[in-house]
Design a protein around this ligand. Structure first.
Ligand SMILES: Nc1ncnc2c1ncn2[C@@H]1O[C@H](COP(=O)(O)OP(=O)(O)O)[C@@H](O)[C@H]1O
Ligand SMILES: [Mg+2]
Length: 316
């Protein structure tokens, strides 16, 4: 093994091969993947389990239905368009308003205007599978545009931050808050240029951040400090994430939650192959936390208990 890789391993950092072989392949049954790989289905099963999600305004699943878009958004000022099988923030349009002069022109999170024709074209690309992992034909969702909690106002640039929680065998083990930047155009995905910050699992407070591979302590656009922010509704976030285990039946899971200023925490989506950068943002490896859960695992623990255990075990 190369020196750098060995040093990371010794620090308890989980690598891609180990994640895939020891956790994802062992704990995530392929037949359950559609529950997280199709955002329409994720919404449906989450709602059925009593979890709050951003309201679905419409689904477009055929080229012939793309023209229904203006009707779906007729009475809406803001909404989000996204591919059901997308990932990494690709293909998502965060529409925050309409042009004051032309009602059929929309304003994106970045402030740029986009015409109805351009959105129709984009919808057609989504349905054609341009953003789906497999390249197969996809569906486009049109959903409620979350208005984020003011606690994040100083550390978000024109977009909605999200809270990612890694859930192992039903127990939350690590979390990060992702903050949109000028570069990420309204999206909180790290590879779109968002900042990731670690989270103290005990109290739900943000720690230092990473931008790319650099450690940062201020937001690159607003200059505000990113550590020490209290995530609102932290216990509820942990409990909902824990419950996502029952909802998906996946043993290794990333849950993305957004906090609406009026509606509270909402489940945005879930991932069966969550990224490993969360370890950099937390300056901590996942391996020892996963091992700890293996030691204390108790199938009788309900989601609320598992959330409390996460707080107790992984407080910083
Ligand atoms: N309904 C929404 N309201 C506001 N922002 C959203 C909404 N849906 C997605 N976003 C933004 O886009 C990002 C990526 O969305 P997500 O549904 O997690 O898709 P992906 O699978 O591409 O990561 C979110 O982290 C958030 O910043
Ligand atoms: Mg996501």
């Amino acid at each position: 093994m190369f020196g750098a890789a060995k040093a990371l391993r010794d620090a308890g950092v989980l690598g891609l091969n180990e994640r895939n072989a020891n956790y994802i392949m062992r704990l995530n049954e392929r037949r359950f993947y559609p529950r997280v790989d199709d955002k329409v289905l994720t919404k449906k099963i989450s709602l059925a389990a009593g979890m709050a999600v951003p309201e679905l305004y419409g689904v477009i699943d055929h080229q012939g239905d793309v023209r229904k878009f203006p009707e779906i958004v007729e009475n809406l000022e803001s909404f989000v368009v996204k591919p059901a099988a997308g990932s990494g923030g690709d293909g998502i349009l965060v529409v925050t308003g309409r042009s004051t002069r032309k009602r059929d022109s929309f304003r994106l999170a970045s402030g740029l205007l986009i015409s109805t024709d351009e959105i129709l074209h984009h919808l057609s690309n989504i349905v054609g599978g341009q953003y789906s992992l497999s390249g197969n034909p996809d569906k486009a969702l049109i959903e409620y545009c979350v208005r984020f909690d003011p606690v994040f106002a100083e550390v978000s640039y024109q977009g909605v931050p999200d809270v990612r929680v890694i859930v192992y065998r039903g127990y939350p083990v690590m979390s990060m808050v992702r903050l949109p930047t000028r570069a990420s155009d309204g999206k909180a995905n790290l590879h779109q240029g968002a900042v990731g910050t670690g989270v103290d699992m005990g109290h739900g407070k943000t720690l230092i951040g990473v931008l790319g591979n650099e450690v940062v302590d201020e937001h690159p656009d607003t200059g505000a400090l990113i550590a020490g922010l209290q995530i609102p509704g932290w216990e509820q976030i942990l409990e909902s994430s824990a419950r996502a285990h029952e909802v998906t039946e996946l043993g290794y899971l990333g849950v993305d939650i957004v906090i609406d200023r009026d509606l509270g925490p909402l489940i945005l989506e879930m991932n069966a192959r969550p990224g490993l950068n969360i370890q950099i943002a937390n300056n901590t490896g996942l391996r020892s936390r996963l091992k700890r859960i293996d030691e204390i695992y108790n199938p009788a623990d309900d989601p609320a208990t598992r959330a409390r255990i996460a707080q107790r075990e992984f407080a910083v």
